[in-house]
Design a binder for this molecule. Sequence first.
Ligand code: KG4
Ligand code: ZN
Length: 344
Amino acid sequence: MIILGIESSCDETAAALLEVKGDKFKVVKNVVWSQTQIHQKYGGVVPEVAARQHVEAIMPVIQEAMGKNSKPDLLAVTMGPGLITSLSVGVQTAKTLSYAWDVPLIGVNHLEGHLWSYLLNRNQQEAKNKQITNLPAVGLIVSGGHTELILVKGIGKYKLIGQTLDDAVGEAFDKVAKMLELGYPGGPIVAHFAAKGNSSAIKFPRPMLTSANFDFSFSGLKTAVKYHIRDMAPTGSLSQAHVNDVCASFQQAVIEVLVAKTIRAAEKYKVKSVILGGGVSANEELTQNLKLKANNSKLNCFVPEKWLTGDNAAMIALAGYFNKQKSSKNNWKILDAEANLRLV
Ligand code: KG4
Ligand code: ZN
């Protein structure tokens, strides 16, 4: 079975072909056209600009993903959550192709794509999809818009056990980068400078580390960084060494909270594994810490390879495949984008 995945929830226009043969997955083609450079000058994603870029890019991106292949057996498209104007471009395109090709269409939750993205790791691409045996698991989804801890009992069997009460982790990285005038998107830049700094140089707070629930909060930490910058450089800018220390200390505070609460949730719910997904899972310090602590607690730890961490359509095709039985309810006539679509 060949599935064409389409993703346009934020500022990446993406299409991918996923082949499922027997019990094996194979990413045949994965095309991601990023608008990051266009949004850089505004310091963040401008929804109207993003939507227009999606309109221009979506057909060439799909064409490139399709190559010489004829029509797929299933179309999977991100229907939410995300920017409604961005989502609508992917959804309307998928609906049109579904009608024109007479191919079933399934709407996918972007977060479900991130959750299962590790299953497409290169060394697992040919692996049996029955490998989802290490469940139940606790999934940590960390992206620019979401920070969620999910109890995963199986495909489609999810329970939300914690989430951010304010900023998402990726958003906090982006805002700290902005305060330090490092550019956009902030996550990779902050991580880059953090690698050169001292993570215990500045004592930033560890928000909600010891709270009795599995929720998160990052806006106080962000404010602490803001005040630190204001106090240390009231008239000018910080030295590069100081910037490195701010990045490292901020990153360390975030990671400590994320990892501690994920492991605590895994222990409370007596699961076998932890799963990481979302754009922030590109952060190597985070993945290394999580792997280490999971190992200490005798938990499996599944992390997507870097090429699968950011928004892509291979993960959408995969989540579409997992949900394919729902496609009859989800055809082109009724499918619509939903900006606030929830996973659970
Ligand atoms: O999943 P994603 O590509 O898009 C959304 O669904 O939001 O996540 C994007 C977020 C951005 O906030 C970006 O700064 C962050 O992921 N990010 C990182 C790193 N790479 C990307 N955050 C921390 N460290 C990184 N290396
Ligand atoms: Zn995402």
